[in-house]
Design a protein around this ligand. Structure first.
Ligand code: ACO
Length: 333
């Protein structure tokens, strides 16, 4: 029964459970370097570790799609939340490597979960995709449009890498991370903010498209690493401070910082600017590489399951990537 107090009580969203999945094939830098050398592409473990902090990444099997990676991540999050797939009324998949042009990866995942009827759609904001998806789900839950949402980042970036381009192919990996977000009388998500600046389309893009039954343009990832680096460092500090102000908190309130796992130097630079000791930085880039939209929920799940992040602690999530896009979400777990 609806009471007058439940009609007026503020409605928030809260993470009820997390999950993740990494495909079986794991390649260390040395193993990847040996493979690339066979095609005359020169790189080394030393270069990759020193410039990026990456030591290994996982690659999906040839027949594994992003929705295949999303499925075990979603199931693990549902189990951790104690929520049945049938209870979910919103599925958002953040991905830049969808299974198909359409239907959305979210609809394909919905089918694989064996449920039907709830809203399901993809969010395309490249490496900021999970932060975008979480913000949309939070808004839909707060408005009453949804009550229990699955928000997932799932990527098979190995499919769009140019393995002849050593400046990009050593950086990325495949994987998926998921959360179940549920309506709550207490937050949960404290504040968030999203941004984009389409003037920087060219510094990070995969500009190919399907047209007339053919691929037109360049269907592999291109990046001006130094331009991305400079932009990322600037916006990550700014958006974190804006979100803290919105939430009425300060940097001293952050227990854990989970930035997009792209490069350890960008991540450590952001922590320093926020005056956070490096022990408060969650790092999985060393083991996963850059998994784009999957990187933040993957890191969150690893940190929750290892006991690093505990219930009640305050976490800052920060995404940045192609578009150019960026954003942050501050939450109490
Ligand atoms: N192995 C060996 N040498 C290499 C490699 C490699 N894999 N890649 C580049 N080099 C060489 C270059 O050719 C260059 O050689 P030169 O001096 O003889 O010309 C030298 O190393 C230095 O190259 P830089 O590009 O200047 O290296 P930099 O220190 O800038 O590091 C990197 C490159 C790691 C890409 C860095 O710029 C970076 O991390 N940028 C940000 C990437 C990022 O954050 N992306 C996030 C968004 S991803 C998304 O949204 C999908």
């Amino acid at each position: 029964m609806t009471t007058s107090s439940s009609l007026t009580a503020p409605r928030y969203s809260r993470i009820l459970g997390t999950g993740s999945y990494l495909p079986e094939q794991r390649l260390t830098n040395a193993e990847l370097a040996a493979q690339l050398a066979r095609d005359g592409v020169e790189t080394s473990d030393e270069w990759i570790v020193e410039r990026t902090g990456i030591r290994a990444r996982h690659f999906a099997a040839p027949d594994q799609t992003s929705s295949d990676l999303a499925l075990p991540a979603a199931r693990a999050a549902l189990q951790a939340a104690g929520v049945a797939a049938e209870e979910i009324d919103l599925i958002i998949v953040a991905t830049s490597t969808p299974d198909m042009v359409f239907p959305s990866t979210a609809c394909l995942l919905q089918q694989k979960l064996g449920v039907a009827g709830c809203a399901a759609f993809d969010v395309q904001a490249v490496c900021s995709g999970f932060v975008y998806g979480l913000t949309v789900a939070d808004a839909m839950i707060k408005s009453g449009a949804a009550s229990k949402a699955l928000v997932i980042g799932a990527e098979t970036f190995s499919r769009i890498l140019d393995f002849k381009d050593r400046t990009t192919c050593v950086l990325f990996g495949d994987g998926a991370g998921a959360v179940v977000l549920g309506a709550s009388e207490t937050p949960g998500i404290l504040a968030s903010q999203l941004h984009a600046d389409g003037r920087h389309v060219d510094i990070l893009c995969t500009p190919g498209t399907v047209s007339g039954g053919q691929v037109l343009g360049h269907p592999l990832l291109k990046m001006d690493g130094q331009a991305v680096f400079k932009l990322a460092v600037g916006v990550l500090e700014k958006v974190a401070r804006a979100v803290l102000e919105k939430a009425g908190r300060t940097d001293a309130d952050i227990d854990w910082l989970i930035p997009h796992q792209a490069n350890i130097r960008i991540m450590q630079g952001t922590a320093k600017k926020l005056k956070l000791p490096l022990e408060k930085l969650v790092v999985t880039v060393d083991q996963h590489g850059n998994t784009s939209a999957a990187s933040i929920p993957l890191a969150l799940d690893v940190a929750v399951r290892s006991g690093q992040i505990k219930k009640g602690e305050t976490v800052m999530l920060e995404g940045v990537g192609g578009g150019f896009t960026w954003g942050a979400v501050l939450l109490d777990l």
